[in-house]
Design a protein around this ligand. Structure first.
Ligand code: SD4
Length: 297
């Protein structure tokens, strides 16, 4: 089936990312190209939570997680704990398109990227270095050994993982997401973003979903898979988003997390945990009639 093209992107960088991806869709580009370009735009912004210059791990290194999933075939490409390569979503795309594998991790993901022609470079910026210096000076160990942390107001106010969902003029759906994960994580930690059904999921017949938030917990519930499956069963997008988040909270977790979903007919919805009550989680949807930014309440 065809459909009316759209691109949805999460958080405040949604409108800017959509402004990159939408003209491509409008001129007939594939949803893969649009999602990659939209996410590359955010990866190169130098935002603290996505791409280069982002949150460092316990030893001061920024590492990236990303994934892409293609609706028509369920093809999947992902990288976890990718080091020294900026465009993580593009490396994920290379895993999807150039290999039979779905997920490549760590230094081997970097070696794979080099084989595919990507340039190695530092992911440390002045901001990420200063953040680590300040934290390290306190002599603290990572809080990842502690019970589930309550995120600080400062962290809650910031953007997180970028996720995009696009439908192209040929009627094909693609989803992608990219992040540097979590501050001062234990080296080697991989979050929900490169896990199918956790960070993002798509079903060509139904629609797609992207998630953000505490990936260590969210990946235990596969919220994007859950929401898409509920839509497959006939549930409306808003109700499906709410049900996927409710499942996590019903299990007793009090974390920050959010999800945005869009059905292939363009109807969309979003939900967030009560832990994110004061967090301005939003997603933006651009279509032929313009861009709408939707605050999730
Ligand atoms: C992660 N979900 O790695 C990502 C990052 C994020 O709030 O969205 N943090 O856990």
């Amino acid at each position: 089936p065809t459909g009316k093209p759209f691109i949805l992107t999460t958080w405040d960088f949604g409108p800017g990312a959509n402004a990159v991806g939408w003209p491509m869709l409008a001129s007939g580009a594939s949803a893969i190209d649009a999602v990659e370009a939209a996410i590359n735009h955010v990866e190169l912004l130098g935002d603290y939570w996505v791409g280069a210059g982002g949150v460092p791990n316990e030893v001061g290194e920024t590492t990236l997680d990303a994934m892409m999933m293609w609706g028509p075939t369920h093809d999947l490409g992902a990288v976890g704990c990718l080091k020294r390569v900026k465009k993580a979503i593009s490396v994920a795309r290379a895993v999807m398109e150039k290999t039979q594998h779905s997920l490549i991790v760590g230094d081997d993901a970097t070696r794979f990227a080099a084989r595919m022609g990507f340039t190695e470079t530092t992911l440390t910026s002045v901001v990420s270095q200063q953040a680590w210096d300040k934290w390290a000076a306190k002599g603290e160990r990572t809080n990842a050994f502690d019970p589930e942390p309550i995120r600080t107001a400062e962290a809650l106010a910031r953007h997180d993982t970028v996720g995009s969902i696009a439908l192209d003029a040929a009627g094909n759906l693609c989803v992608g997401c990219s992040t540097n994960g979590r501050e001062f994580k234990i080296p080697g930690r991989v979050g929900d973003s490169p896990i199918a059904g956790a960070g993002a999921y798509v079903d060509q017949a139904v629609g797609g979903a992207v998630a953000t938030g505490n990936g260590d917990v969210m990946m235990r519930f596969l919220p994007t898979y859950h929401a898409v499956e509920l839509m497959l069963g006939g549930m409306a997008p808003q109700a499906a988003a709410e049900a996927a988040i409710k499942r996590i909270e019903d299990a007793g977790y009090s974390i920050g997390g959010g999800i945005a979903v869009i059905r292939r007919d363009g109807v969309h919805g979003g939900a967030k945990t009560t832990g994110w009550e004061d967090t301005q989680f939003s997603y933006s949807v651009q279509t032929a009639t313009g861009n709408v930014k939707v605050p999730v309440s």
